[in-house]
Design a protein around this ligand. Structure first.
Ligand code: IVH
Length: 688
């Protein structure tokens, strides 16, 4: 760049810097100190100005610009990185006696040296390490196996409580370690949204946090509202020795707070075992008032100079230990057992119990899973049940409190008919659950079928969520999937939900109705294999639907197929073949298909074959690729006439190997003499 254009860019560079600093200041106040210094409108205006400038002058955009908070980068893979300092784990125990032993041992080892401990929360999330150089975040890596982790920098940049640039004084080169947690409020909202979209909810905030950090699209990660709790400052000892603040662990965390990190205030310096014990006992109860999950307490020697002296055991430091909370357990009387019909017709027994306070919430109900569970636990009428809440949000029945067992307690009588529609329940051979077979006439199953039909992997009609489908069903407008395509604007506009517990109602507006009609129309181009999956035939998942569609190519051929012909299709077993044949014999289903066809849905395979270079060849695909996702490369093989198989055998023609491929597959391919292709070699083969 010549001198002239550099000078011309100076005011822009200055404005970018000014905007970045302002936005980071407002972000910091908002996320760290819960203070709003400016209106959302003003804030968005500043952010937009910065986005526009960076778009216009990309050479001036920094990877740590506050615009990166909303994400944008796509991670095809996560690069593996070796930790500069290994990420050790801590020795942990559920026993207070072992904490007493730890304290006594430490005191003995240190003899007459004066020292103290810090007690702090053990955050229940995902450990990561953040490297800062010259005050800028340069890399974020997951713990992995402690030696090697995944580079998740672009996702970490979207977490509001991770500073991108540090404030005030800071060491030139260090690592901030801490835990990424998913605060309860954000986690619950996210799970509710998942359920509304027909996706499986996450079992607990930790799993959800871990999944979020591995999202390929950092914009999605930004939406998750994760939080970073810093608990450790790691740096080279020669650098640490230059700063007095680094002499103690608590001093390091205090300093980190000034640099802009979120350091939880619940940290206490303790002098002896009594103070440690009091801290543990306090948090064992008080943890349920926190806005995020913790699973224990971490106790560390506070004086960092003593860490070397105490040293390490095989895999954890001798200067720290974690106390883990036991799952909370109470016993409460079972009042009754009711039966709930799920969206798929499965009937689940539910224990209704005397309300009891457990782990921060009042528990009234818990699942009894199925008849086998009740039998195995030997749960009887009038029993008192032990319920437990561990890392999971949902309470679990873990046993019967035999102290209250009455001599004449009778067994639980299991439902024989569906509580929703009265149909006698059936039990499939080899399965523990009982289900209601009236799939086309039982209300929760009808709504469940509608939800499945509109789901992302099926017809992808995202303007119809669970609530709206329930509304359309309640109003009698939609009783099956074909009815959806008869909906009109007149029917939709002004449709009002029933009042929720707060008496609030919501109404479908003109715009909402237009979106629904447009989404239904767009679904007409969804390929046949997904239409087949969307029908929701029992046991026919995404893969089965694809195999059936490709084999029969047209709905009429599928309808005409015998059980034997169906069972010939790869991956379709006898049980599924029978269910599919029965499905297409039912006049009700045939009428639905007739109406869907009339509405314009795809009922045959549109040939997307692009070539037949790979005809007769069988491929195994393994590992991670740079230009394709694994699914894309598989589709590519099929589009060129090849076949994709899941495991290596003598019949395999090629193994297409990406990065991080399992060593077992490689070994097997080598043993059988199967040629191995890189992504590039594969493309050469296709293009030959
Ligand atoms: S200190 C060498 N402090 O617990 C010391 N760890 O095995 C390193 N954890 O997965 C850890 N809260 O991610 C420390 N306040 C805290 C913590 C904490 C949670 C996690 C950590 C690791 C495990 C310890």
């Amino acid at each position: 760049m010549d001198l002239f254009s550099q000078i011309e860019l100076d005011p822009i560079r200055k404005r970018i810097e000014e905007l970045s600093q302002l936005i980071e200041k407002y972000n910091h106040e908002y996320y760290m100190n819960d203070t709003s210094l400016i209106s959302d409108y003003e804030f968005d205006k500043l952010l937009q100005e910065l986005i526009d400038l960076e778009r216009q002058y990309p050479e001036l955009a920094s990877p740590n610009s506050p615009t990166q908070r909303v994400g944008g980068e796509i991670n095809k893979t996560f690069r593996q990185v070796t930790h500069r300092f290994p990420m050790l784990s801590l020795g942990n125990t559920y026993s207070i006696d072992e904490i007493v032993e730890f304290e006594a041992r430490t005191r003995k080892l240190l003899g007459s040296i004066p020292f103290s401990y810090t007690c702090e929360l053990k955050y229940d999330g995902v450990a990561i390490g953040l490297t800062y150089k010259g005050g800028e975040l340069v890399q974020a890596v997951t713990r992995g196996n402690g030696t090697i982790g995944d580079d998740i920098t672009s996702n970490a940049r979207t977490i509001a409580t991770i500073p991108l640039r540090l404030r005030g004084d800071f060491p030139d080169d260090f690592e901030a370690r801490g835990e990424v947690v998913y605060p309860y409020d954000a986690f619950n909202a996210f799970n509710q949204q998942r359920e509304a979209e027909g996706e499986e909810p996450f079992a607990n905030p930790r799993n959800a946090a871990s999944g979020s950090l591995k999202l390929q699209d950092s914009r999605e990660c930004a939406k998750r509202k994760l939080m970073f709790c810093m608990y450790f400052m790691m740096m080279h000892p020669s650098l640490a020795s230059q700063y007095r603040q680094c002499d103690t662990h608590s001093g390091r965390l205090e300093w980190a707070k000034q640099m802009g990190f979120k350091v939880q205030p619940y940290i206490q310096e303790c002098r002896d075992i009594d103070e440690i014990r009091a801290f543990i006992e306090y948090w064992d109860q008080a943890r349920w008032n926190l806005p995020f999950a913790i699973d224990g307490i971490v106790i560390k020697v506070n004086q960092t100079a003593l860490w070397d002296q105490l040293g390490l055991t095989a895999k954890s430091p001798r200067w720290a230990i974690a106390y883990k909370f036991k799952a909370q357990q109470v016993s409460t009387p079972l009042l009754s057992v009711s039966f709930q019909v799920g969206r798929t017709g499965i009937v689940t027994p539910v224990a209704n119990m005397e309300p009891v306070w457990l782990g921060g919430t009042t528990v009234r109900r818990a699942t009894l899973v199925n008849a086998d569970f009740i039998e195995k636990m030997d749960i009887r009428e009038g029993d008192h049940l032990f319920i437990e809440k561990g890392g999971e949000i949902i309470p679990k029945v873990v046993g019967v409190d035999m102290e209250y067992r009455k001599v004449d307690a009778s067994p639980i009588s299991y439902a024989t008919v569906c509580p929703e529609c009265g149909t006698p329940l059936v039990q499939l051979e080899g399965e523990a659950g009982r289900y209601c077979p009236n799939s086309d006439g039982c209300p929760p199953q009808i709504v469940g079928r509608l939800e499945h039909f509109v789901a992302r992997k099926a017809m992808n009609i995202d303007s119809l969520g669970s609530e709206r489908l329930q509304l359309l069903y309640n109003k009698g407008l939609v009783k099956n999937i074909a009815d959806l395509y008869d909906l009109t604007m007149e029917q939709l506009v002004g449709l009002e939900t029933e009042a929720d517990i707060n008496g609030r109602r919501s109404t479908i507006q003109e715009k909402g109705a237009e979106n629904i009609i447009a989404a239904l129309e767009a679904s007409l181009s969804v390929p046949f294999e997904r239409v087949l999956f969307a029908l929701g035939i029992r046991f026919v998942g995404e893969v089965g639907a694809k195999k059936l569609a490709r084999h029969f190519k047209h709905i009429d051929a599928l309808i005409a197929a015998s059980v034997d012909e169906l069972a010939e299709v790869e991956d379709i077993g006898n049980k599924t073949a029978q269910v599919v044949a029965d499905y297409f014999k039912d006049p009700f289903h045939l009428d639905i298909i007739r109406r869907l066809r009339k509405a314009g849905l795809q009922m045959d395979i549109v040939d997307n074959q692009r070539g037949s270079q790979l005809e007769g060849l069988a491929f195994v695909v393994s590992g991670v690729f740079s230009d394709f996702s694994r699914d894309e490369i598989k589709a590519h093989i099929e589009q060129h006439g090849g076949k994709v198989v899941s495991s290596i055998s003598a019949k395999t023609s090629y193994l297409v190997a990406g990065e991080k491929m399992g060593p077992e597959k490689l070994k097997k391919a080598e043993k059988l003499g199967i040629p191995i292709l890189s992504e590039e070699e594969y493309l050469q083969l296709v293009n030959k």
